[in-house]
Design a binder for this molecule. Structure first.
Ligand code: BGC
Ligand code: ZN
Ligand code: ZN
Length: 355
């Protein structure tokens, strides 16, 4: 069968013919797989923790939608059901045993298509029932490939909801409509964060250092989300009209850390998700305000099974209404492996069609 392979830690990408390894569980056929920054980093040899499962090569792909081909002895799933497979697989620590491998305590987990486990960019694979999340509503089949990146956002909502309980974090009319959330980064993850938090009744400002690409501008406009181009107006001036009550970073650079630290309101909430930039260890001046203003800074990676279910529910409720389909800017065949290294004009999410 066809598969897309890489050779970590060096990277590269190739389409190859591989044998299907028979494993415990259900047999699945891949329908679609999405590509994210993590895949590009693996292909470019920039993700230090990428590693194969067996031998030298790793099957790429952690964002997937698949159909059950053979349910085996499963009573929950039937042939033809469509599912999203989970990325991270538990090790043996307490958090992993509790089904919260996203909070793994010792790093002894594997991640499909990223570290220590073959991914989903292949025509067929086997998987265990407990790592599959069913998409009940067939009408969202075209959007359900966004479940995996969206589950990361659902975990951020979980974190945000905990943090906001520290003190009464609502407006004097009991809603959140007076509160502003700045979302740094306008890739798929940044846009999904903006969309989800918008539905929670916050005023959302998506931030980047250049004018918005057309696809991004359309998506944000149609959802009443503001775009702040910091090359035209610096954050320090914009926060005077629109205080930064909350911030979520989906970039991961020192510049963004600084912008947040210098501009966040007192008692703010900051969630850090972006990892792409390199944080120089020598520069810690940004910590000053975070401490003095009681800012809760919370890092966030991955998500649990509940967040996959919440992501599917979100797509079911809001997928069409919010035009999440606009985020899928290109559908390609597995042979077009140049999509990992070439950036299309206006691209957001690239998807590979396997069926
Ligand atoms: C995935 C997460 C994963 C992280 C780090 C992201 O692209 O969405 O599930 O934990 O990469 O490997
Ligand atoms: Zn990803
Ligand atoms: Zn663990």
């Amino acid at each position: 069968m066809k598969a897309i392979l890489t050779k970590p830690p060096g990277g590269g990408v190739e389409i190859a013919d591989i044998k299907l390894r028979i494993e415990e569980g259900l047999k699945l056929r891949t329908l679609r797989t999405g590509i994210c920054g993590t895949d590009k980093e693996i292909v470019e040899g920039r993700l230090s923790f990428a590693r194969p499962e067996i031998g030298e090569k790793l099957v790429l792909g952690h964002e997937a939608l698949a159909v059950i081909e053979d349910p085996g002895s499963s009573v929950t799933f039937r042939k033809g059901d469509i599912v999203v497979p989970m990325v991270r697989r538990p090790g043996k620590c307490k958090m992993c045993r509790l089904g919260r491998q996203d909070y793994c305590e010792d790093g002894d987990f594997v991640e499909a298509g990223i570290r220590g486990r073959d991914g989903f960019m292949r025509e067929e694979f086997y998987d265990k029932e407990k790592f599959l999340v069913k998409v009940e509503d067939r009408s969202i089949e075209d959007l359900a490939v966004l479940t995996e990146p969206l589950k990361n956002v659902m975990k951020m909502v979980e974190i945000f909801n905990f943090q906001k309980l520290r003190i009464p974090t609502y407006c004097d009319d009991s809603t959140m409509s007076c509160k502003n959330l700045y979302v740094f980064g306008t890739g798929t993850e940044g846009l999904l964060i903006s969309a989800v938090f918008k539905t929670m009744g916050l005023n959302v400002i998506a931030v980047n250092r250049h004018p918005p690409r057309e696809t991004v501008a359309k998506f944000l406009d149609s959802n009443n989300i503001t775009y702040l181009d910091t090359s035209r107006e610096p954050i320090s001036s914009y926060v005077k009209k629109c205080p930064m009550d909350f911030a979520i970073d989906a970039v991961g650079s020192m510049d963004v850390m600084r912008d947040i630290s210098l501009n966040i309101s007192r008692n703010g909430i900051v969630i850090l998700f972006g990892t792409s930039g390199q944080l120089p260890s020598s520069n810690y001046e940004f910590l000053g305000n975070l401490v003095d203003y009681n800012i809760a800074v919370v890092g966030s990676v991955d998500g649990a099974k509940i967040h996959y279910s919440e992501a599917i529910q979100f797509i079911t409720n809001y997928g069409r209404k919010m035009g999440l389909g606009r985020l899928i800017t290109g559908i390609y065949s597995p042979e077009e492996t140049n999509i990992f290294t070439q950036n299309e004009k206006d691209e957001i999410k690239k998807v590979i069609n396997w069926s």
